[in-house]
Design a protein around this ligand. Structure first.
Ligand SMILES: *Cc1c(COP(=O)(O)O)cnc(C)c1O
Length: 428
């Protein structure tokens, strides 16, 4: 499939072709664990990675392969590996780069679960994360040391209101010969294509907008194919003989597909965080309408954020899509079609008003998720950020008076009416 086609065409066709066995037009769900080898030589060639094919579905599966090619194409990458969740994708992205004693430099403005994964869980692998304000470029640069193996941020940061200056961060990681990993979950490739701004790897929670309807968890790591893994001795898993694959040199052998092959042959083989074909099917169905949904998500979010900003019961709306946002100018450069559909509001009535609002909303569902066709709401201070100290909550943009909205694709008038009645009850 040529990349000259437009986004709307690629989101339906990239990676897919009529099924060679049956002519089935829709991508079949290849619900199988294993694949019959033609003969012993064929099996040996597959295990040697001399021939590309299917061995076992922990590694590769034809339905998942279509999704991998589709997401790689939409992101403008060379290849992609899908896995079982967004959090799995983050580990899969870091795994080939890291070793005990190595660190990453990551933005303080990240999805809450990612902050926990980076500040606590990866320590068990001997890895660490230095969390830095990514608006302070000098601090980002100063945090990079001889053991740093990646720089990590979100394009449009969850829970909203912040857009990372990807070009400036990429320039810094480039200068140090370190890959930039961008979580593009909140933006999707329809709003932002991080590789065009210098990202080496793009990670996704496909659970969110890519699937779009709240049915399955999944993740994906897209490789730009542009990083020179052999330029230094920092990435021996890719540049030197890999002991976990009988001394294969991935970069020398697979060139721009080195990271992708490593992700399958070692990452999925040994970590096993595999996406299942049924899950890939739901995500493929979702991606077919990605641009249509995102257009509506963004239009609704803009309209609702503007309405809320003008409402006396609301203290503040934090959304880069508003002209009043300090990140509005950055949006024009990084994600000109819009700042996504996720934002927070602060209520004048504080904690109690927020809880009342959440309980009074009728269309908005109170859930710990985002990026659904349905509008969603959560009060971080009483849920996801409950374990944090007050000052940590405030620093994370999740103070007691803050509610996060994930705007769906329902009628904007209905959503505004719902917010209006709930705000009245909350401020009564
Ligand atoms: C949800 C989310 C994740 C984690 O993804 P899961 O699929 O829930 O594991 C990571 N980053 C962002 C920005 C997210 O919204």
């Amino acid at each position: 499939m040529t990349k000259a086609y437009g986004f709307d065409t690629l989101q339906i066709h990239a990676g897919a072709r009529p099924d060679p066995a049956t002519g089935a037009r829709q991508t079949p769900i290849y619900q199988t664990t294993a694949y019959v080898f033609r003969d012993a030589d064929h099996a040996a060639a597959l295990f040697n990675l001399q021939e590309v094919g299917y061995i076992y579905s922990r590694l590769t599966n034809p339905t998942v392969a279509v999704l991998q090619e589709r997401i790689a194409t939409l992101e403008g990458g060379a290849g992609a590996v899908c896995c079982s969740s967004g959090h799995a994708a983050q580990i899969m992205a870091l795994f080939p780069l890291m070793a005990p004693g190595r660190n990453i430099v990551a933005s303080t403005r990240l999805y809450g679960g990612t902050l926990t994964q980076f500040s606590q869980t990866i320590k068990r692998f001997g890895w660490s994360a230095k969390l830095v304000d990514f608006d302070d470029l000098a601090a980002v640069e100063a945090a990079i040391d001889g053991d740093t193996r990646a720089v990590f941020c979100e394009s449009i940061a969850n829970p909203g209101g912040y857009i990372t200056d990807l070009d400036a961060i990429a320039a810094i990681s480039n200068r140090h010969g370190i890959p930039l990993i961008v979580d593009n979950t909140s933006a999707t490739p329809w709003l932002c294509r991080p590789i065009e701004h210098g990202a080496t790897l793009v990670v996704h929670s496909t659970t969110k907008y890519l699937t779009g309807n709240g049915t399955v968890t999944g993740g994906c790591v897209v490789d730009s194919g542009k990083f020179d893994w052999s330029a230094s001795d920092k990435f021996p898993s890719l540049s030197a003989p890999e002991p976990a694959y009988h001394g294969l040199k991935f970069h020398e052998t697979f060139g721009s597909l080195a990271f992708t092959f490593h992700g399958i042959a070692i990452g999925l083989r040994d970590l096993g965080m595999t996406m299942n074909p049924q899950g890939a099917h739901y995500t493929l169905m979702g991606i077919e309408t990605l641009s249509l949904r995102m257009e509506r998500h963004v239009a609704n979010a803009k309209r609702i954020a503007n309405w809320l900003e003008g409402d006396a019961r609301v203290e503040k709306v934090t959304y880069a899509g508003l002209a009043s946002s300090p990140y509005h100018g950055r949006m024009a450069r990084i994600c000109p079609k819009g700042a996504g559909a996720l934002f927070t509001i602060a209520l004048k009535g504080g904690y109690d008003a927020c809880v009342k609002l959440v309980d009074s909303l009728e269309i908005f569902s109170h859930v710990a998720n985002l990026g659904d066709t349905r509008s969603l709401v959560i009060h971080p201070a009483s849920t996801t950020h409950r374990q944090l100290e007050l000052d940590q909550q405030i620093k994370a943009g999740a103070g007691p008076n803050v509610v996060r909205l994930s705007i769906g694709i329902e009628d904007a008038e209905d959503l505004i009416a719902d917010l209006d009645q709930a705000l009245s009850k909350a401020s009564a």
